[in-house]
Write a protein that binds this ligand. Sequence first.
Ligand code: GLU
Length: 509
Amino acid sequence: MMSNIRVRFAPSPTGPLHIGGLRTALYNYLFAKKHNGVFILRIEDTDQSRYVDNAEEYIINSLEWCGIPFDEGPGKNEKVGPYRQSERKKLYKEYVDILIEKERAYYAFDTSEELNAHRKQHEAVGKTFIYNWHNRQKGRLKNSLVLTKEETRIKIEKGDNYVIRFKTPQDKTLLLKDEIRGSITIDSNTLDDKVLFKSDGMPTYHLANIVDDHLMEISHVIRGEEWLPSMPLHVLLYDAFEWETPKFAHLPLILKPEGKGKLSKRDGDKLGFPVFPLEYTNEESGEVSLGYRESGYFPDAFINMLSLLGWNPGTEQELFVLEDLIAAFDLSRVSKSGAKFSLNKTKWFNQQYLQKKTNAQLAELYLTILKNKLPQPLPSKDYIKNVVSLIKDRAVFVKDFWSLSNYFFERPEEYNEKAVKKQWKEDTGILLNELIKVFVSINDFSSESIEKMTKEWISSKEIGFGKVMQPLRLAIVGEMKGPHLFDIIHMIGKEEAILRMKIIIKKLS
Ligand code: GLU
């Protein structure tokens, strides 16, 4: 059954979606799903100067990739749409007129030059200019509170530029409640009379946001901490309209790895990790920003990592698939303080999700890489599956597979120089030649029997294991890496193993 819980993610389409914004979307989604509510996407595109063409599409694709699709939004279940503020323009004028009518808002005609002059004068005497109760009616400012109704009307008709400002109540103590931060007390006299509407017909963020949250019947406003300073105004606006106020929850910042300040794109560039879910190309500058998807992260691992940046389940559990997150999520366990981003932790999550996948799933993913690396026909799916099973515990990403397993698919073309120096002795060639004969004699070429026969032969020669095993690895792999050597030899097969031994003997002896 649907509940009355309705939440919205309300990004401004000004560029790619930062992971902080995505986490806001995720918490809204989790909260909605937990309470059988509705998760709405609203595009806040009233600031045309910052509008970026492909940003809305980017946002929608990001939500989709993360597996947290919206229930209502542009082009989907448009019950209380439109969901783009630019398409709701007409509405806002109607509502700001209600505030004028109720004398909770007023016209102000001060030009930006005049306001700048006021600011400068204040600065000169060490003060800050705030447009509010203490000066709005003193005659130095030009607004409908000091002009007569007739004067105001004439100015508007003449086409003078104006803004409509909120008339912040004087001498009021505001008691605000945030679901995460608890009670907050604000003295209304410290607030300025924010602009709600401009003569170009566009509302500001504050007006549009409140009108839309009301009309879309939003029950909980869950958003980033940077909007906390706007909360008093928003609560006052609900009061002025005599509308029911939604509940508010302001989420903590995602901090730089070193802990101070908001995680920025610059931090990501510096340390080589993405701060955006999907790769993004700036159409003007051509600059490409890394994406989690393109960097090889699994969406469920990414979401799991993100969920714990600011929320904790109250237990030690760290691995949560989306369903578990929905069940465990609770606003009361969202922290007030910022959450430090950690690249190592982020990789750890991906590694965990990679290990959880079946070998068949991983082989399927690996196949798309192998198609570009190897000539046709490709090795069988079973072969790839077996390779994956031997090397996956060393991988963080599927893209790591190739460098961990290339020798299963192709002969080494060169040998690690350092290792050659250390492992290749005068008698090594002779020993490997003898070992070739041992290999020829093995009928059951399983990993176990190759191991058994090889070890028996080494014992009979009364030499150290390393004397044979190290150069043998060099012959098969090309360097001193890889899983259990006999597993590799079994996989590539008798003929290929012998060939690789012959090649190295020829090259190095
Ligand atoms: N458009 C605002 C943003 O870009 C929305 C803030 C809010 O959720 O109220 O973050």
